[in-house]
Design a protein around this ligand. Structure first.
Ligand SMILES: Nc1ncnc2c1ncn2[C@@H]1O[C@H](COP(=O)(O)OP(=O)(O)OP(=O)(O)O)[C@@H](O)[C@H]1O
Length: 692
């Protein structure tokens, strides 16, 4: 690396920063001039209440506010790489497009098609790239670079990549745009229609891939996806706050990040289920029960008192109309066949009745009665009585109340689907719903009416998807519709009582199975959904010496997934054994604090509570219950009494076969650099070296 070249690169960076500052000044000036007319309190947003200036101001604010956020100088280098092409052109690759005074690109956005070459080119497959340069930076300062002359067949083991992977973690998750690896890039840049399912060992970058894919999709499918929206679904609020900064640093502030509990309002549920009731309510058979609980209300014309002899007699002023049993039965059958929801079906049946009467009226009077007449016919005693008996009006609350409170109704809805003992677990008062009750009411609601298009997303990224129950998957599927999904997870880290055993099943629950159609309204003959399944095994977080320990546990988890291979040869693993666990933990933390970065102490849930006061107020130390450690990472991890983690009951106090060992596997794979295992009791057999 020559000093002159480095100075030139620093000057290029300063120039780019100055141009970005100018772009920001210009946007600010536009904002002050026009958007100032719009009352930012939002009071003036109602269409019709505002003058044209305010409308224009509102439109401008919609443009300038996100753009100003995007142009914020974030104390991070604006580019991180450069490529020279065979045809002599060269490009700096960075976080956003920046053009110079002549409108030529100074920095190319990492999401632009050309940037793909930066990430994927290799000496074996150059993709027209002659040379690649990676920059080292500290904050917004370019500190150096390393070159790879691909024309000469050079393949450099990148110190910059190594430093980035090994850097101490000081807080929430950061983006990886500067060091995205080729196999990650391939997943990030799959087209918007592709449904991806990524099984990946711990630390293989699944979360990073999901977040960068969301940003890439929004950039490359702006029109379509800005309108329909991109949603990230994570396992819990702690995880969401851990990842919350990544998309904004990538310039995306419009992505909604949520948990499946928040989607149904279950995060505020006050009541709790017994373990058995929760298991049942998350089971996919409950979807069939919900379907029957709603559609079972639909009867036959005979249920409406119609006989072959009398038909349905409708009094209309001086007229008397009669609809026959066959016509009405056919109308009921057609309404069921051609409508997607119960409410739409009810309307279709009412309309068919009016249509039947209208035809008779037209024949008799020679002209067609108006819409008001139609409404009157619907309101006649005969028609409304018939409708109430054959296709009664329903709402979600009423169906829930009957399913939970009316044993005869529940028996009908569950017969042949649940055993009598299982059905009895549903008995209760849905007025104080548990989290699982809200899954059921969401399912019931879906039979009653279609979701608003605004509640559906163009793309959904689902992280830690192995932990979702079939009923939770269905909640997400209903918000996906015709959209595509990126599903990320690790079957070996499944710790809920309903964790997935197979990705094919999980994709089916998510509405992307081999028999799923391409969402509502796709019609028959539309292409079937396809899913690309892939597996990541290169670990970026956990050093080899630690992953080797976790990989001893893996075969005992009874999931057929490939173990992680770490690209890191640094890191350390040690053990503190002794009768006093608390003293061992203190010693381990004191030693860990001598190094840079965060320290995570992970213990069985009860033990974590006991240890919490020890480190209250201690900076850089976090105490984490083993059941909540998923998705997180720390420079130094102290795993406390592994055997307790294995034995600990799952949520709700119930023992779920094998869950403790999976919690241990998760705990052992949270360390970025160092792991200390503190124990008084013997280590679990699964952790010991084979043959030891
Ligand atoms: N290409 C990369 N360059 C630098 N760091 C990376 C890269 N890929 C992943 N990482 C880092 O590795 C760590 C693990 O990544 P991530 O959390 O996305 O993995 P994961 O597969 O979701 O893990 P887990 O299943 O354990 O939750 C993170 O700190 C992430 O920033």
């Amino acid at each position: 690396m020559s000093e002159a070249e480095l100075r030139a690169e620093i000057a290029h960076h300063e120039h780019a920063r100055a141009l970005m500052a100018a772009m920001r000044d210009l946007t600010e000036a536009i904002h002050r001039t026009y958007a100032g007319d719009f009352d930012e309190s939002g009071k003036n947003l109602g269409i019709g209440d505002v003058g044209s200036d305010q409308h224009f101001g509102w439109a401008m604010a919609n443009y300038t506010v996100p753009r100003l956020a995007d142009l914020t100088d974030r104390d991070i280098a604006l580019f991180f790489g450069r490529i020279w092409m065979d045809d002599g052109e060269d490009f700096h690759i960075g976080r956003r497009h920046i053009r110079d005074e002549r409108n030529d690109p100074m920095v190319l956005d990492w999401r632009a098609p050309l940037a793909e070459q930066y990430y994927r080119a290799s000496a074996h497959d150059r993709r027209d790239v002659a040379k690649r340069r990676r920059f080292g930076f500290q904050g917004s300062r370019i500190t150096g670079f390393e070159d790879e002359n691909l024309l000469l067949g050079e393949e450099v083991a990148s110190d910059i990549l190594t430093a980035e992977i090994e850097r101490p973690r000081t807080g929430p998750m950061r983006d990886i745009v500067a060091t995205i690896q080729p196999d990650q890039d391939e997943l990030i840049r799959r087209d918007a229609a592709t449904n991806l399912c990524v099984q990946g060992a711990p630390g293989t970058g699944k979360t990073a891939v999901g977040l960068h894919r969301a940003a890439w999709l929004l950039y490359n499918y702006t029109g379509k996806l800005t309108k329909s929206g991109v949603l990230i679904v994570g396992p819990n609020e702690g995880f969401l706050s851990y990842i919350s900064g990544v998309l904004p640093t990538l310039g995306e502030t419009s992505v909604w990040q949520t948990t499946v509990q928040q989607l149904t309002g279950a995060h505020t549920a006050a009541a709790t289920d017994t373990h058995e009731a929760a298991l049942l309510k998350h089971d996919e058979r409950i979807a069939l029960v919900c379907e029957r609980a709603v559609w079972g209300h639909v009867g036959t014309a005979a249920d409406g008192g119609v006989t072959p002899d009398n038909g349905l007699l409708i009094a209309d002023g001086g007229w008397r109309w009669r609809l026959g049993l066959t016509y009405l039965d056919e109308a009921v059958a057609n309404a069921r066949k051609h409508t997607r929801t119960y409410t739409a079906g009810r309307k279709a049946l009412e309309d068919a009745i009016v249509q039947g009467v209208r035809r008779q009226a037209e024949i008799r009077s020679g002209h067609s009665p108006d819409a008001k007449w139609g409404t009157r016919i619907k309101r006649t005693e005969a028609v409304s009585g018939f409708m109430e008996a054959v296709w009664p009006k329903l709402n979600t609350k009423a169906v829930m109340k009957k399913l939970y409170g009316d044993q005869a109704f529940r028996d009908d809805a569950t017969r042949g689907i649940l055993s009598a003992e299982e059905a009895a677990l549903l008995a209760g008062k849905p007025a104080r719903p548990t989290a699982a009750d809200l899954l059921i009411s969401d399912e019931i609601e879906s039979h009653l009416k279609l979701r608003e298009p605004s509640e559906s997303f163009g793309h959904i990224v689902i992280d830690e998807a192995q932990d979702l129950s079939p009923m939770q998957c269905r909640v997400i599927a209903r918000r996906s519709g015709k959209g595509s999904v990126t599903v990320l997870g690790d079957l070996a880290q499944g710790t809920t009582p309903w964790a997935a055993a197979s990705w094919t099943d999980q994709m089916r629950h998510l509405g992307k199975g081999p028999d799923s159609e391409n969402g509502p309204g796709s019609g028959s003959g539309s292409p079937r959904v396809t899913v690309e399944h892939t597996e990541l095994t290169t670990g970026f977080r956990v050093p080899a010496v630690i992953i080797e320990l976790a990989n001893r546990v893996l075969p005992h988890l009874n999931v057929g997934v490939a173990p992680a291979r770490s690209i890191r040869s640094d890191g350390s693993l040690d053990y503190i054994a002794g009768a006093d666990v608390t003293a061992g933990v203190r010693a381990a933390v004191a030693k860990a604090l001598k190094e840079e970065g965060l320290v995570g102490v992970i213990a069985a849930d009860a033990r974590a509570e006991e240890l919490r006061p020890l480190f209250e107020g201690t900076e850089r130390v976090e105490l984490v219950a083993a059941s909540l450690a998923k998705g997180l990472e720390f420079d130094h991890v102290v795993v406390v009494e592994p055997v307790e983690i294995v034995e600990a009951p799952a949520t709700g106090g119930a023992t779920v076969e094998g869950v403790g060992l999976r919690h241990l596997y998760v705990a052992l794979t949270r360390a970025v650099s160092r792991l200390t295992v503190v124990h008084a009791r013997e280590l679990p057999a699964e952790m010991r070296e084979p043959g030891a």
